[in-house]
Design a protein around this ligand. Structure first.
Ligand code: NDP
Length: 450
């Protein structure tokens, strides 16, 4: 179809260094081909040319002073991608690998993810190439204050509501919020992921991980299976990985792996969740220290792992939960997982599987939940936090968790029904992309050419 092909060609020319952004757009647009055959009016309205172009991109300098008194400079970004469905919503990522292309890819994915939740939220994303690792609390605070000193003029509870992502958790959200309040004089729901005693929602911290597990349960129950008694492989050791592991235990599964940027832990007895939280949420140190308490567990250093891919995916298990970062699961990993009999992959991270890996999962017709559907529980619960902020309420954990469970079931149903409507019932990538796109595109058409 020339419409899709021409748009992708133009994009490759205009964004030459943004490979992750191109990867994300290619996946979505390729899935839309059958939709455009049935609904040519999207072409008439130039919807895909418009949807791949962010409404606004803000890039700024972030200067701050480190503990030694030296001035440091980082790049700051906020991409306000699409507001057809509501205020821009999406996290902030602080990691040295962040470029404008990273933020654009994450912002693009966020549009469709947010659409799938059925809630009134548009898509955006932001961040910085700042590396929080090894920084003191005071350095983190000064960086966050400087970052917000520019960002505050572009955000607001009805315009753009950022949240956390890699490198941005409750501590960073606290410092960012404090500076927003100081600059504007307003105490309002401009960020989500806030502390529980000052406007945060119970269940937000857990939501992305819990949601990815609920999504897996939905995929498996459609095949009359469940996670009960299953051995599960989880990558990452941050917010999403920790709460994926917690929910897996609650549902009777056994998670046996986790990983950070330095290496992988394989504990055949099941990951010690209390210890993991202590190492990563409290002490913020390397996973290698897990061995002090569990000398029988195995540690595979990333430095000593020469193969293409990630050590987690070479371990035997029944289900896999990639929860670290983009492109962490390669084609070789996918083949290893399939050879080991994995029948379910639910993505907690954004775009963790390469295009080739996704193709292998789809060919094998296993239960494969793409990130934009499987990890949408985080942003959905952020929207619940916004609803509580505007009504000055705080809901009990049970209410938030119940709503999350229902939202994940609805997202699964939408993806599965749309995949069936287009003749590929096992292809939730197709289902997620078409269902998310249709909601946004229809709103864009109704709102005119803007
Ligand atoms: P965290 O910063 O809490 O944790 C990230 C984890 O992944 C850490 O264990 C980190 O290792 C590891 N990691 C990060 N980058 C790399 C890398 N380049 N190579 C190897 N390991 C890496 O982030 P989150 O848990 O919040 O986010 C994880 C993923 O989930 C991301 O893709 C994010 O976009 C996605 N996501 C997050 C949501 C949320 O609510 N937080 C919502 C939806 C998606 P180390 O500890 O060594 O840094």
């Amino acid at each position: 179809m020339p419409y899709v092909h021409d748009t992708l060609t133009r994009l490759a020319k205009s964004s030459p260094a943004q490979t992750e952004f191109y990867q994300a757009t290619e996946e979505v647009l390729e899935c839309l081909r059958p939709l455009f055959e049935r609904a040519p009016h999207y072409h008439d309205h130039s919807i895909i040319e418009r949807i791949v172009e962010p409404e606004r991109q803000i890039m700024f300098r972030v200067s701050w002073v480190d503990d030694a008194g030296r001035v440091q400079v980082n790049k700051g970004y906020r991409v306000q991608f699409n507001s057809a469905l509501g205020p821009y919503k999406g996290g902030l990522r602080f990691h040295p690998s962040v470029t404008s292309g990273t933020i654009k890819f994450l912002g693009f994915e966020q549009i469709f993810k947010n659409a799938l939740t059925g809630l009134p939220i548009g898509g955006g994303k932001g961040g910085s190439d700042f590396d929080p690792k090894g920084k003191s609390d005071n350095e983190i605070m000064r960086f966050c204050q400087s970052f917000m000193s520019e960002l505050y003029r572009h955000i607001g509870p009805h315009t753009d509501v950022p949240a956390g992502d890699i490198g941005v958790g409750a501590r960073e959200i606290g410092y960012l919020f404090g500076q927003y309040k100081r600059l504007t004089g307003r105490y309002e729901g401009v960020l989500t992921g806030k502390g529980l005693n000052w406007g945060g929602s119970l269940g937000r911290k857990e939501a992305t991980g819990y949601g990815a597990v609920y999504f897996a349960e939905n995929m498996l129950s459609a095949k009359d299976e469940s996670l009960q008694g299953k051995t599960c492989l989880v990558s990452g050791a941050g917010n999403v990985a920790i709460y994926t592991i917690e929910k897996l235990y609650e549902l009777g599964a056994k998670p046996v792996t986790c990983s950070d940027s330095k290496g992988t832990i394989h504990d055949p007895n099941g990951i010690d969740l209390g210890l993991l939280k202590q190492l990563k949420e409290v002490q913020r140190i390397s996973l290698e220290s897990y061995l002090h308490e569990h000398p029988d567990a195995h540690y595979i250093s990333a430095r000593d792992y020469p193969q293409d891919g990630h050590a987690v995916w070479r371990i035997e298990g029944d289900s896999a939960f990639p929860c670290a970062t983009q492109n962490e699961l390669t084609e070789a990993d996918a083949k290893a997982l399939l050879a080991n009999g994995v029948t379910c992959v639910s993505e907690g991270a954004n775009m963790p599987s390469t295009k080739e890996a996704v193709d292998r999962f789809l060919e094998a017709k296993i239960a494969y939940g793409p990130g934009k559907a499987a990890n949408a529980g985080g942003v959905a619960t952020s929207q619940l936090e916004m609803a509580q902020n505007s009504s000055m309420e705080q809901w009990p954990l049970e209410k938030v968790d119940q709503k999350l469970k229902q939202i994940m079931a609805d997202i699964y149903r939408q993806c599965a029904d749309t995949a069936s409507e287009f003749g590929e019932p096992d292809n939730l990538v197709l289902g997620a992309n078409i269902a998310g796109f249709r909601r946004v595109a229809d709103a864009m058409i109704e709102q005119g050419v803007i």
